[in-house]
Unconditional design. Structure first.
Length: 620
């Protein structure tokens, strides 16, 4: 339904509208009188005020959320009179589209937050010189103890905790952990203390890192066992109607800046990056609250030159779309920077925000750090490397440095620098990527996959320096390499590297040197390595009480002992193998009471000589 108002209006009866109604104001609506809507029918789809239109609200009007979210476009003058609310739910958020006119007075902007305990980068798309953090995101209250819980507007607001000094506006908690952080420009890092929510204006900072546990109905006394629920955070103030800019001074080159989306709409930041000054136009960082495992709190997503890493459920392809109420990080390349947003940057990609794909056709290999979850994996972190001769092998502005997550981390290392995305020339023989990890002691896997790699004519191997093995990576598909770290930092920190070999299309170059399976730091003739005695173990990691299979390669026909030793040299298992060249796979049963850890599995011949030693990982 479309309602057109271009004549005098008196409130003989209020408008009844629905979430599919559109209101087009083409002249002086109501000649200065307020437009009234029935309290039981006051949610509308689109509101458009033409360049010659003027209107004023007389009572509450909501713009619908959902997958068919509504849009307000004002090319004339629209006086909200404090009655306009942009609604938000799990499927989408109402917005203010590209406009050349003005919305005067306050508007309430909502942002739905799904039920997950996680950090989120939040911006404030309104201007309000009197609105404090507590008034907005805590719905004007804070809990004085664990047993007194204030929830004045169910389904709205969240808890914000600090040092349990409730006079500062913090909700009382079981710990002193701050759940709101501000960005410290001079150190390019998050603050270690929380701003007082009762006295800090919400516009005092360009954005925040806010830990959302759910609505104010969540029971903080249950700590991490509390079940999260969905909530809506809302702010009220004047909408940013025109272009927006801010200058940051006193920078050191390569400072990282926190920038908030200033609009009540999704934006495509491609233009912002190129028209702003003093920053790199090819890279930025956002936060994905869905990262870091089942119990995780989110992680950084890095963008550089059309490549985004890690690729996740929320970010399945590279995108420059930023949601309303979302903040991001950019990097300076000068001593001052001016960030510029324009109305034309706004986009209606709210309901499918992660679907915009910037096609750069840069061949890239991705490595995700994942953990098992049922029959699938959950992404903890990830990195990517793009290959094109337009890039340098040195670290420069095209590469994106690693900003560390709060928990698990995976990074690329080059010349002592840690990177999230590395851009390099096309690989040459023995070109190598080096990985670094900071992780927990639990089973993990590395997931290798590529995009736009058809023309690269490469082979690649993941080298496990701890186990002394190499495994070829399928560059046309996905390769998953499982491992389990232990207290020995060599079992994870710098354990893995990816080695490439370039081949010609019509006449592939034979691989004359390969990394030795038993010692990744040595090389040898391909034929001699291929003919060496070898033994593969799978599954590895294994579980107590289960069987492991050893696959024997290139060994003589005779009898052997397969023996398992702990790190103290104590023999735990001995199994006789009669090898007659007819079967290569043999089962070994692990004791049910064997402890999780790293063990040595040795193949010993009849003369008592150790022929092969391999690492065996036993998980829980």
């Amino acid at each position: 339904m479309s309602r057109k108002i271009n004549t005098a209006y008196t409130n003989t009866s209020a408008f009844n509208v629905t979430s599919t109604s559109d209101l087009n104001i083409m002249g002086d609506a109501a000649i200065g009188n307020g437009l009234y809507f029935a309290p039981s029918a006051n949610t509308i789809h689109n509101v458009t005020v033409s360049s010659s239109g003027t209107a004023k609200l007389g009572n509450a009007l909501n713009v619908t959320a959902g997958s068919s979210f509504g849009t307000v476009v004002v090319d004339g003058t629209f006086n909200s009179a404090g009655f306009l609310t942009l609604k938000s739910d799990a499927n989408g958020t109402a917005r203010v589209g590209q406009s050349i006119g003005n919305i005067t007075n306050n508007v309430t902007v909502e942002r739905y937050i799904p039920p997950r305990r996680a950090w989120r980068f939040m911006s404030v798309p309104v201007v309000n010189d009197t609105l404090h953090i507590r008034t907005a995101w805590q719905e004007g209250v804070n809990n004085p103890s664990l047993w007194v819980r204030y929830d004045p507007h169910p389904g709205y607001g969240t808890h914000i905790t600090g040092d349990n000094n409730t006079s500062l506006g913090y909700d009382y908690n079981t710990t002193y952990n701050a759940s709101i952080k501000t960005w410290v420009q001079s150190t390019s890092s998050w603050s270690t203390t929380a701003p007082p929510t009762v006295s800090t204006l919400i516009n005092a900072y360009d954005g925040y890192c806010l830990f959302v546990r759910g609505s104010r109905a969540v029971d903080l006394s249950q700590a991490t066992n509390a079940i999260p629920d969905p909530t809506v955070l809302r702010v009220t103030g004047k909408i940013n109607n025109n272009g927006w800019s801010k200058t940051y001074s006193g920078l050191i080159t390569n400072n990282v800046l926190l920038v908030g989306n200033p609009y009540a709409s999704s934006v495509d930041i491609s233009s912002m990056l190129t028209t702003s000054t003093g920053i790199y136009s090819n890279k930025f960082w956002v936060w994905d609250p869905g990262l870091a495992g089942i119990y995780g709190v989110g992680g950084y997503i890095t963008y550089s030159n059309g490549i985004m890493a890690p690729l996740t459920t929320n970010y399945p392809v590279a995108t420059t779309i930023i949601q309303g109420n979302q903040a991001l990080l950019v990097q300076s390349n000068a001593t001052s920077a001016t960030i510029k947003f324009k109305q034309v940057d706004k986009t209606a990609s709210e309901s499918n925000i992660f679907a915009k794909h910037l096609v750069k056709n840069i061949p890239a290999i991705y490595v995700n750090l994942v953990v098992p979850s049922g029959n699938d994996f959950v992404v903890e972190d990830g990195v990517a490397t793009g290959f094109d001769n337009q890039f340098s092998s040195d670290i420069d502005g095209d590469d994106a440095n690693k900003i560390w997550n709060f928990n698990e981390n995976l990074a690329l290392v080059r010349n002592t620098k840690t990177l999230a995305i590395e851009l390099r020339p096309a690989p040459v023989v023995t070109d190598t990527l080096f990985l670094r990890m900071y992780i927990r002691q639990q089973p993990y896997a590395l997931k290798f996959f590529t995009k736009d790699f058809e023309s690269q004519h490469l082979r690649a191997w993941v080298v496990d320096k701890y186990l002394g093995t190499k495994t070829e990576v399928n560059l046309a598909d996905t390769t998953v390499y499982s491992f389990a770290p232990n207290p020995d930092t060599n079992s994870y920190r710098n354990r893995f590297m990816l080695v490439f070999n370039k081949q010609l299309i019509t006449n592939p170059i034979p691989v004359t040197k390969l990394i030795d399976q038993s010692n990744p730091n040595t090389t040898g003739n391909a034929a001699s390595i291929a003919n060496r005695p070898d033994m593969e173990i799978y599954p590895n990691p294994a579980k107590p009480g289960n069987k492991v299979i050893i696959e024997l390669k290139n060994i003589n026909k005779e009898n052997y002992q397969a023996e398992i030793y702990d790190i103290n040299g104590q023999k735990l298992v001995s199994s006789k193998i009669i090898y007659d060249n007819t079967a290569n796979n043999y089962n070994i049963l692990l004791p049910a009471n064997i402890s999780a850890g790293i063990y040595n599995l040795r193949l010993i011949n009849d003369n008592g000589n150790i022929l092969i030693t391999k690492k065996l990982i036993v998980g829980k």
